[in-house]
Design a protein around this ligand. Structure first.
Ligand code: TSJ
Length: 653
């Protein structure tokens, strides 16, 4: 069975994660002294957290393919019982401790990595403090393991072993049962569980793991509680989740679009469906943990969604040549999507540690989803058309709203006064029409200023030298006057206040020389955008100007050779088509400074003739990697690296 082979393969891979499996042994006393350190708080939140610490282990067993059924019971006394039908926690005596493995699970604080190893783990990042913490914070905890034809039992009190592991009978069943009572000495605010709160997450787990059957039972029967139970099993998995979320909403097409794929040991699942309303609901998960703050999986999905829809709209000619691409926001209007990835080593970042950080995930999600979605659109042209038309409608509404706002908010004197002195702004203040060129060097900046169309093109010269300090740290770069000017000119604010909707130009064009230093400055700027203006990159607002490589002068005429594939062949062809007299003069442009203002306009800035490369989030991400490399110590690989990586896909605009 391929599932088993996959698992075997995975175990091999998992061995490489040895470093993360280092166990820090510490007494459970520490946990009782500072419970907040281990479970966040001792309020109702922390109390419920105990349940997830236990349930997560059963989920891990299910994700590994060994358990299918989990039951959670709130007992009459507000103790909790969790049961699964997995392999049962190992009971064999460990060499290191001379104790049964199961005892170690409950009595030794495991920091990072987990006993048993391998498999995708819920506990991979956010949790990971585990069952011993629950044990330490419980008045009592009992475990029953069923395996090898026997039933084993052990009990603990506030983390201390009460009796050795014992055999309490025979059985053909297999699985683990844990029963614990949270210690009121620790949970002084409340020890009462909320059925609803537990049920919400249990249902979510059922949506995320379609093989899983998970039940919850409330046995309490008092003034405030009556017995009740629920059972969840969704064979439709994420599609069932979408249907649940879109219940009561009008949908654009019947069945949710679903894709599932695997790459480099990372599995990616996406389900989505459009509704006729305006809201976008995107839920994302990594190893069953909700990633509220988003992250690389959402990023990869969004980029792919926007690109695939625009490509499709162009190919099908639903979007005309003279019309702009649909923005990310446009194509997400009315979208309900659930993204769920499983990763052997998820990295959680952000303020609440609910943002997925693994950079490789954005490319993988992008690729897997792109391929599947592209295929879907080709096979379902009616739905494809409906999706594109919905996006076009969203774009029109957005433009109309913007025009209305522009009417009431004309450029005020104050705004101009606040703009940086170096900036030669344009006269239009419609961001959809306007462009800002960031130009390397004052002399090229001068040519650009006099060559531009001042109606819609703004110029901000950047002094290359200041930036071109090898090993300049991001802090230094941010302290740079001209970089700050750039943020001011963009109008988006900075850091936490960053607001992409305030952007003053929808095209931000980096114009640097076609040499190593130029590539370097470009890398720095792209890194800067990637880290601090990411939404601007995601929206597809960042471009790289493509000045010509050659000019062939023949009498009064100049023919230019644009960069791209076969540039040299194209040069030869131009020359061979010219008469010998006067003799053609070939000029190779190394810097922008070699062109006068008119040439710069004609070749590089005029929307009618120019070639620009639009920067995708992946391009910017690559620049970020190059930048990291630049921060390294040796100089030569650094230079080589810049030269090798300074290629970007070109696109006719
Ligand atoms: F962690 C815990 F003790 F709190 C707990 C663990 C609680 C509950 C309700 C279930 C579990 C649990 C653990 N369910 N299934 C497992 N599986 C293992 O620990 C296990 C079994 C076999 C092997 C093996 O390699 O043979 C490895 C593992 C990790």
């Amino acid at each position: 069975m391929s599932k088993e082979r996959d698992l075997e393969e995975f175990h091999e891979k998992a061995k490489k994660y040895d470093a993360s499996q280092i166990q820090v042994l510490e007494g459970l006393e520490a946990v009782r002294k500072r419970p907040g350190m281990y479970i966040g708080s001792t309020s109702s939140e922390g109390l419920h957290h105990l349940v997830w610490e236990i349930v997560d282990n059963s989920i891990d067993e299910a994700m590994a393919g060994f358990a299918t059924t989990i039951e959670v019971i709130i007992e009459k006394d507000n103790s909790i019982t969790v049961t699964d039908d997995g392999r049962g926690i190992p009971i064999d005596i460990q060499e290191k401790t001379s104790r049964p493995a199961v005892e170690t699970v409950f009595t030794v604080l495991h920091a990072g990595g987990k006993f048993g190893g391998g498999g995708y783990k819920v506990s991979g990042g956010l949790h990971g403090v585990g069952s011993s913490v629950v044990n330490a914070l419980s008045s009592f905890l009992e475990v029953i393991v069923q395996k090898n034809g026997k039933r084993y039992y052990q009990k603990y009190k506030r983390g201390q072993v009460l009796s050795d592991l014992e055999t309490i009978g025979k059985t053909n069943l297999h699985g683990t049962t844990v029963h614990f009572l949270p210690d009121p000495e620790i949970f002084q605010e409340t020890t009462v569980f909320e059925y609803k709160k537990l049920t919400r997450r249990i249902q979510e787990l059922a949506f995320l793991n379609r093989e899983l059957k998970i039940a919850i039972k409330d046995k309490r029967d008092d003034e405030t509680h009556s017995p009740q139970k629920d059972e969840f099993h969704y064979e439709g998995g994420l599609c069932s989740y979408i249907e649940f979320l879109n219940n009561k909403k009008e949908v654009l097409f019947e069945d949710p679009i679903y894709t599932e794929g695997e790459m480099d040991g990372i599995t990616v699942e996406v389900a989505m469906q459009y509704t006729t309303d305006f809201k976008n609901t995107t839920l994302s998960f990594a190893n069953n943990i909700s990633t509220h703050e988003g992250g690389t999986h959402e990023q990869g999905f969004r980029t792919a969604l926007t690109r695939v829809i625009n490509d499709y709209a162009r190919k099908q000619k639903i979007l005309k040549e003279n019309e702009d691409n649909l923005s990310g926001e446009d194509v997400r209007e009315g979208l309900t999507a659930v993204i769920s990835i499983k990763h052997p080593d998820p990295q959680f970042e952000g303020q609440t540690k609910t943002k997925l950080g693994n950079s490789e995930v954005s490319t993988i999600t992008n690729r897997l989803f792109s391929d599947a979605f592209q295929k879907f659109l080709l096979e379902n042209p009616k739905i494809g058309k409906r999706i594109v038309e919905k996006g076009i409608l969203a774009a029109k509404a957005r433009q109309a709203a913007k025009r209305a706002r522009e009417m009431t908010r004309k450029k005020s004197g104050l705004e101009i006064a606040n703009l940086p002195g170096k900036l030669a702004d344009c006269s239009s203040n419609d961001p959809e029409q306007t462009e800002i060129f960031i130009v390397e060097g004052d002399s090229a900046g001068g040519s650009a200023k006099s060559g531009r169309n001042r109606e819609f093109q703004a110029i901000l010269p950047i002094r290359g030298k200041i930036l071109n300090v090898e090993k300049a740290s991001m802090e230094k770069i941010l302290a740079n006057e001209e970089i700050r000017s750039l943020f001011t000119a963009m109008g988006t604010g900075f850091g936490a206040e960053f607001d992409v909707s305030k952007v003053r130009y929808h095209k931000l064009v980096i114009m640097t020389d076609a040499d190593v230093d130029g590539a370097h400055i470009r890398t720095l700027l792209l890194t800067l955008f990637y880290r601090y203006m990411r939404p601007v990159v995601e929206a597809g607002y960042v471009y790289i100007a493509q000045p010509p490589l050659y000019g062939v002068k023949h009498g009064k005429n100049i023919t230019y050779v644009q960069p791209g594939a076969n540039a040299e062949d194209r040069l030869k062809e131009i020359i061979s088509n010219l008469s010998k007299t006067p003799k053609p003069i070939i000029q190779r442009y190394k810097g922008l400074g070699e062109m006068d203002d008119h040439q710069l306009w004609e070749t590089t800035m005029d929307p009618e003739n120019r070639l620009m490369a639009r920067i995708s989030i992946e391009d910017a991400e690559r620049a970020n990697i190059v930048f990291e490399m630049l921060m390294g110590d040796s100089v030569e690989p650094r230079r080589e690296f810049i030269e090798e990586n300074a290629h970007y896909a070109t696109l006719d605009l």
